[in-house]
Design a protein around this ligand. Sequence first.
Ligand code: HEC
Length: 122
Amino acid sequence: MKKQFLSAIAISAILVAGGCYYDVEEDLYPEVNCTTENQSYANDIVPILQTNCYVCHGQGIGLGNVTLEGYNNLKVYADNGKLVGVISHDSRFPAMPQGAAKLSACNISKITQWVTDGAPNN
Ligand code: HEC
């Protein structure tokens, strides 16, 4: 009787631990799949900025006198270091996106790699 009770506890512990393990693996999954090589301005960078930045830095909005929509506008901030500085929360720059959570590590890596590659219009 006592032995049965103990094995019931052991089985529940395994089930609970198994559940936690599954959750953790699921959280890590997107980062494992984060591709940062050969980032495309049109297909990779623009969608990130569209979601997180254009609300304040789109064409005709330009908060803080900064417009990031359009390749030539963005290139200025890619080249002067401010784009990577603001998203990586470098203390020399105002943290962006302003008033919102920091971009995911994957998106920061994608933008940083694109800038390192010379911010191509690809
Ligand atoms: C809620 C509005 C808002 C959002 C969203 C936002 N910004 Fe800004 N941004 C501002 C304002 C206002 C300023 C100017 C004030 C300041 O320098 O703090 C600014 C300034 C900047 C600057 C210039 C910094 C400098 O040192 O001159 C850059 C670059 C920038 N933002 C990039 C971004 C990027 C990239 C995103 C998206 C990841 C983003 N911003 C999202 C409001 C926003």
